[in-house]
Design a protein. Structure first.
Length: 190
């Protein structure tokens, strides 16, 4: 029988930060612990309901995957895709819808799953879009929220971590489509 290679991480998170442009910020262990805590609260809040989790691509794909696996409810999943950054570190200030929803959300409980909320521009856009379809309820869950930057007139109910205004990558977050595959979150140095 042929020998099968297995993928093993020799040291937790150290491999993520061999790149001199990255500085360790939030470890994978802290992320996993926080995702489980968020799932526990969602389980309680949505007991006896079947929420639709809507992930915002591409950044939320790892977070939503871990989150819905930690949730102990029946759930449905769909995705939206927006663009406001391109390959830049600064938002263009304009949100474009690149992929629409494939599910019916009227009368349903909706949880929008974001990787990060900074200016709040995307969150406002999504909220307005979803509310047009008259859901029963609408909440947001974000892994990261930058302190004091968003200009939202509604609350983000589920927040993984509040962070300072730093450009971060890893665990789905990218810079020019790179670094999404890091298990941890790192600050991208200038």
């Amino acid at each position: 029988m042929p020998k099968v290679n297995t993928l093993r991480s020799k040291s937790k998170n150290k491999k993520d930060f061999n790149n001199k442009n990255l500085k360790a910020f939030i470890t994978s262990a802290r992320i996993i612990k926080r995702v489980k805590q968020l799932a526990k609260v969602i389980n309680k809040d949505y007991k006896n309901r079947v929420p639709i989790f809507i992930g915002v691509l591409n950044g939320s794909f790892i977070f939503i995957s871990d989150l819905v696996r930690a949730v102990k409810l029946d759930v449905e999943i769909d995705f939206l895709k927006l663009s406001s950054y391109g390959d830049s570190k600064i938002s263009s200030g304009e949100v474009k819808l690149l992929k629409e929803l494939n599910c019916q959300i009227e009368g349903r409980d909706i949880i929008i799953v974001e990787d990060i909320v900074d200016s709040g521009l995307s969150a406002k856009y999504i909220r307005n879009l979803v509310l047009q379809h008259r859901p029963n309820s609408l909440e947001f869950c974000t892994l990261l929220m930058k302190k004091g930057l968003s200009n939202l007139d509604f609350d983000i109910k589920y927040v993984g971590f509040e962070i300072e205004n730093k450009f971060v990558v890893g665990y789905g977050l990218d810079y020019a489509q790179k670094y999404r595959n890091l298990k941890s979150i790192a600050v991208l140095k200038p």
